[in-house]
Design a protein around this ligand. Structure first.
Ligand code: DHB
Length: 338
């Protein structure tokens, strides 16, 4: 008898929280903490083919009031092989809450991303049996000499089509009976024509493989200045870096809402992971009301540690009880206009 295919919404339904890739998730020790936390799912730091040290330090700074972070990490990570081995060895005592396992990929070129797919879908090592979701990061703002692909719409379409065709071919050669769920991490868009353009591209992708978008990545190329030292607070790229924290929340909510309404209008079944300035249960509520299926936590995880998931979930539960909502579907996407 054919095995049932799990619905991707089962990962997203009960507990919508996930760490944002890049925040405290690059080593085994950090990932173990996340897998023991109250998050519903766990994602790795974006992996490249070879390990990377990243940009020179200081490369991360948080405002003392917790509302603003700036980073220019430059993709420091242990390399794809490390994360594949991590998932293969992850046992049920560490992953006792059965968090969904997300791997984030950020190859420097399409070829590098395709090579990482080859490693995931290797028939002998079968790493594909230990991963639930692949997130392709198209929006790292901090690579010296690289532009963000997700702002180059014509090139993005070709790139994603080639990625998906390769992915499909590899998956079909395995003994998995359904594909690993696949999604992309997007940068913030600011104009309605940009929302229209990205939705257009996603609607034309082959084979209905794109299951979610994760929006937004850090707001690129902000600049924070220290008055006392009269210097930038981070060193790489002359102090320019990706912004996070509460100050970016309105931009993030606009991107969730802008994509959610367009996906609905185009009848596209693409889920949204909302990200950007989430620090409380109230914030999670706002993202779900705007249309998110899942919500990721970045800056607050860096500031507070993995205990933030327990606090934020209990705040969300208390708010839902106060409002009389039995589950997330009762208010998901139902934002009203005044
Ligand atoms: C990096 C920063 C990001 O904001 C991101 O989404 C991915 C990578 C980095 O510089 O490592």
């Amino acid at each position: 008898m054919a095995q049932p295919i799990p619905d991707i919404t089962t990962f997203f339904a009960d507990n919508p929280l996930i760490n944002a890739s890049g925040c405290n998730c690059s080593t085994k020790g950090m990932l173990d903490i996340l897998f023991k936390s109250a998050a519903g799912s766990v994602i790795t730091k974006s992996a490249t083919l070879a390990p990377r040290n990243g940009n020179p330090e200081p490369r991360y700074w948080a405002h003392p009031d917790g509302n603003l972070t700036i980073n220019s990490m430059g993709l420091p990570n242990c390399g794809i092989q490390y994360y594949l081995d991590y998932f293969k060895r992850l046992d049920t005592s560490t992953n006792k809450y059965e968090h969904a396992r997300f791997i984030s990929l950020a190859g420097m070129t399409l070829e590098e991303n395709l090579q990482m797919l080859d490693m995931i879908f290797n028939i002998e090592t079968q790493y594909y049996m230990y991963i639930d979701v692949i997130e392709l990061n198209l929006s790292c703002p901090n690579l010296i000499g690289h532009r963000q692909l997700a702002y180059d719409f014509p090139e993005l379409e070709t790139y994603l089509s080639k990625f998906i065709i390769h992915y499909n071919k590899l998956y079909k050669a395995t003994n998995r009976h359904y594909p690993i769920y696949f999604g992309i991490k997007l940068p913030p868009y600011f104009e309605f024509w940009q929302f229209d353009a990205i939705v257009d591209i996603l609607s034309r992708l082959p084979d209905n493989y794109l299951k979610f978008v994760h929006t937004i990545n850090s707001v690129p190329n902000g600049l924070v200045i220290d008055i006392d030292t009269e210097a930038t607070v981070i060193r790489p790229k002359d102090g320019f870096g990706g912004l996070g924290g509460a100050i970016i929340k309105p931009i993030a909510l606009a991107n969730v809402r802008g994509l959610y309404t367009r996906f609905k209008a185009a009848k596209l079944e693409i889920l949204i992971i909302g990200s950007g300035g989430v620090a409380s249960g109230e914030d999670v509520f706002e993202f779900i009301l705007a249309g998110a299926s899942m919500v990721s936590i970045g800056s607050q995880l860096m500031i507070e540690g993995a205990g933030c998931f327990t606090r934020i979930l209990s705040e969300l539960t208390a708010l839902m009880e106060k409002k009389g909502y039995a589950n997330l579907d009762a208010f998901r996407g139902k934002l009203k206009n005044v």
